[in-house]
Every structure is written in C-alpha cells, then in structure tokens.
Design a protein around this ligand. Structure first.
Ligand code: IMP
Length: 183
C-alpha cells in the first residue's frame, strides 16, 4: 500500500524516498501554514491532521529544526523562516566570534492512517562551521558539521545519508511500516 509524504520541499522528498527505499512513498504537494510552537512534534502533529483531511489516505509529514546551543535553541522551530530571511550565511554571521558552536538537528515524522497519529523522532548532533562549506544538499547543510567529522553535510552527502536526523528518523518509521499490517 502507498503512503503519501505531504511536503512542499522536493529536497526532503528525494532524501526521504531514498531512505524509505522498500516502501511505496508518493509525493503529495502540500502547502500548509505551520502553527507556532517550540515543539517540532506539536507542529508535525497539527500538520499531519491537516494533510490527512486533504489526502484521506495514509500520509506523513516531517518537521525539522536546527537548534543552536549558544543561541538558546534558535532558530529551532523557526528554522524555515530564518533560512528565508538570512540563509545559512546569515547564521554564520550571527555566530561570528562565538566559541560554543554546538548545534543539533531534530526531526519529527508524524504519520496518520486512521484516527491515531504516530510520531517518530531523531536527531543529529554537530557544530556550526565558521564559513560556508560545500554545495550539495540543501538548507543549512553547508554550515552543519556532524559530531566526530570535519566535513559539512554539503561536503559529504554520503555522511548525511548515513547519520542525519532525517535518516535516523526515517529508519524508525520504515521499521514500523514494514512491521505493521498496513504495508
Ligand atoms: P522545515 O522542516 O521544512 O520547517 O525546515 C526548516 C528549515 O530547516 C528549512 O529552511 C530547511 O531548509 C532546513 N532544513 C530542513 N532539513 C534540513 C536538512 O536536512 N539539512 C539542512 N537544512 C535543513
């Protein structure tokens, strides 16, 4: 059975499709105004309800935020808005002179196939680079260096595909789908 990924972000769809390789994942073009909340899970839960009321078939959404320790978790759930305003370069400017560059990407997938919403979460710890590094990927990939590595996600997509927040979260979701009777 097919599951629909409701998103307006093609890059997310491409990544997700490669991670959920043995699942029949279809794209549902979804434009939705997110609620304001400090919790990516709360945002994902609200969004999947909205998506389900449109698709009326098993559907999931995914919400991601970049939480920077020295900025008290900013941009967090506002990562999309901040990216539109100042981009990854703007984040590097904001962090100029800051020694503590620790950050974490957090992802939540919310899935609904009937009345109940299920959520799956994952994260990837790392640090914010001092300049733009690499061209691959999307969003904040050129400024995020995963823990224990020297290259940014944008310099090594292989690295991203092995240990990213989205990869870890989609693995939990994939295992659930493969076990559940629906698929
Ligand atoms: P949202 O989940 O679409 O709200 O994403 C929030 C922001 O984080 C957007 O600007 C995305 O481009 C960015 N973002 C989401 N996922 C990733 C990722 O895997 N790498 C880098 N940036 C990301």
């Amino acid at each position: 059975m097919a599951v629909y990924f409701a998103t307006g972000n093609k890059n997310k769809f491409i990544e997700m499709k490669s991670y959920l390789k043995d699942i029949d994942v279809r794209h549902y073009e979804f434009r939705h105004k997110e609620i304001r909340s400090d919790s990516i899970e709360e945002i994902a839960r609200e969004a999947v309800d909205a998506a389900y009321s449109e698709v009326k078939k098993p559907v999931f959404v995914e919400d991601t935020g970049l939480f920077i320790e020295s900025l008290n978790g900013f941009p967090g759930t506002y990562s999309g808005w901040v990216y539109e305003k100042i981009g990854a370069e703007g984040l590097v400017r904001l962090m100029r002179g800051e020694k503590n560059r620790s950050a974490v990407f957090k992802t939540c997938i919310a899935y609904r196939s009937g009345k109940k919403v299920l959520t799956f979460s994952g994260e990837c710890r790392g640090s914010i680079s001092e300049k733009i590094l690499g061209k691959a990927g999307f969003g904040y990939d050129p400024v995020f260096i995963p823990e224990g590595h020297v290259q940014s996600f944008a310099q090594s997509i292989n690295l991203k595909n092995k240990l990213s927040h989205r990869y870890k979260t989609s693995e939990k979701f994939r295992r659930y789908l493969l076990k559940s009777e629906a698929i």
